[in-house]
Design a protein around this ligand. Structure first.
Ligand code: PLZ
Length: 447
């Protein structure tokens, strides 16, 4: 495999954003809906490894991976080659009309790699939101029940049904209702904000869920519990060990399907193929997207064969779902993860970054929590008072400082006070260290 041609060094030639980016941003404001925001209006021309190159020639360090998508790196060689070949062969037939092998091959890989050794089936879609929507359709068709349970701080998408599942109002839901009924929100086991020893928090949070579902919904009415095993947009919340297995057992006991939304956590991001693997939890259905295809739009629902096959023929689909080019990209991305052991690389990134983030937290008491797994890490920022008050303004200031220094960071969290780090897994150690140096400088000048 050829290595990426993009020079793996940060280089700033202009202010960030530079003049060409600013000119493009002016065109954007005049042509793109104001509803579509841009966190960092730097226009990208090329990208590879851990570096984004903008139209002004600046090389930025990428701690975002396009929101956990380019896990194998941007323009990863196997993805590029697969796409190139597929585009030349054919671009689309519609799998529902005249099928092709690539779709089947992706579903075979999903059956092999997702948690559990049981017989599985998959269906492919275009976006994460669409996968979650379809998981709900499948769960309802199989169980004959309608209620859905989701959690505080959850994020499942921006379509109408998935907005209802998503917890945070601004910017995702404000003004966009009415939302679908039969969605019930339950407390999340959030260690930093549910103090106590982790084992007790796991038990208490589980008991709260079970009691509230029993009292407010009735277990027999619940089709599915939908859960991100590590919450993404909600602030990289890692539930305490033991909580997810308890929820899984309880679901099984009541004939409720457990849907793991691994759209952000999946495909090596957390140091395992899927975040459920850390606790050996086997969900009934799993939704994937983002990292699956190295940047091309592809999503999937994978699950128990009896559940997935409960839907009548023709009940699932869509014009573009499992597009051959996206499938070719996925096959290239998955092969890259296997051959280059990117699970191991994610764990190495955790081992490099976490101690440095902890040192930073010792220096700056406004870093209330350091958390995450693999290359999905975050710091939660709070005011200095010691009462864990979320400090969104500080998160915004640190984020902005990082951007101005050529480090692409993202915020997250229900209160907007979490800085998250999602580097591509092919980033070099040097760039990780340099990015962390910039982050430290950002705290020095913002606190
Ligand atoms: N489920 C767990 O993380 C997408 C959203 C960015 P789509 N997260 C990034 C934004 O502001 O729109 C996500 C996720 C989880 C579902 C989704 C939705 O995936 O591909 O964005 O539809």
């Amino acid at each position: 495999m050829t290595t990426t041609a993009v020079d793996q060094r940060r280089r700033l030639l202009t202010q960030i954003p530079g003049p060409r980016s600013r000119a493009l941003q002016a065109r954007k404001l005049a042509s793109v809906s104001a509803g579509v925001g841009t966190a960092l209006p730097v226009y990208i021309e090329r990208a590879g490894g851990g570096v984004l190159v903008d139209v002004d020639g600046n090389h930025l360090i990428d701690f975002g991976s396009g929101i956990a998508v380019t896990t194998v790196g941007n323009s990863a060689p196997r993805v590029v080659e697969g796409v190139r070949q597929q585009v030349a062969d054919f671009t689309h037939t519609c799998f529902m009309v005249t099928p092709y092998e690539e779709y089947v091959a992706v579903c075979e890989k999903l059956a092999e790699l997702t948690p559990g050794t049981h017989e599985k089936r998959s269906a492919l879609f275009n976006s994460g939101s669409e996968a979650v929507e379809n998981a709900v359709k499948i769960a309802r068709a199989f169980t004959g029940r309608s209620a859905l349970v989701a959690f505080d701080h959850a994020y499942h998408g921006r379509t109408n049904l998935t907005m209802a599942l998503t917890a945070k109002n601004m910017p995702y839901k404000q003004g966009f209702g009415p939302f679908v009924s039969e969605v019930y929100r339950m407390p999340m086991a959030y260690p930093y904000r549910w103090p106590g020893d982790p084992e007790r928090v796991a038990q208490e949070a589980f008991e709260a869920l079970a009691a509230q579902v029993h009292a407010q919904v009735g277990e027999q009415n619940v089709a599915a519990v939908i859960i991100e095993p590590i919450q993404g947009e909600g602030g990289f919340i890692v539930p305490p060990p033991g909580w997810l297995p308890r929820v899984a057992d309880w679901c099984r006991q009541h004939g409720i399907l457990l849907v793991a939304d691994e759209i952000q956590t999946g495909f090596c991001r957390t140091g395992e193929w899927f975040a459920c693997d850390h606790e050996s939890v086997v969900p009934d259905l799993i939704t994937t997207a983002k990292g699956i295809a190295g940047g091309l739009p592809l999503a999937a629902v994978t699950g128990r064969a009896d559940v997935m096959d409960a839907v009548h023929a023709g009940g699932l689909g869509g014009t573009y779902g499992g597009n051959p080019v996206a499938c070719a990209a996925a096959l290239g991305a998955i092969e890259t993860m296997e051959v280059e052991n990117l699970r191991g690389r994610a764990r190495e990134i955790e081992a490099l970054m976490t101690p440095r983030l902890r040192t930073l937290a010792e220096k700056f008491s406004v870093i209330g929590d350091v958390r995450g797994r693999g290359a999905m890490l975050a710091v939660e920022l709070v005011t200095a008072g010691g009462d864990r008050t979320p400090d969104a303004a500080l998160a915004a200031a640190v984020n902005k400082h990082c951007h101005s220094e050529g480090l692409v960071t993202l915020t997250a969290g229900t209160h907007g006070n979490v800085l998250r780090f999602l580097p591509p897994l092919d980033i070099s150690d040097d760039l990780l260290h340099e990015g962390l140096d910039i982050l430290e400088g950002a705290f020095l000048s913002s606190v």
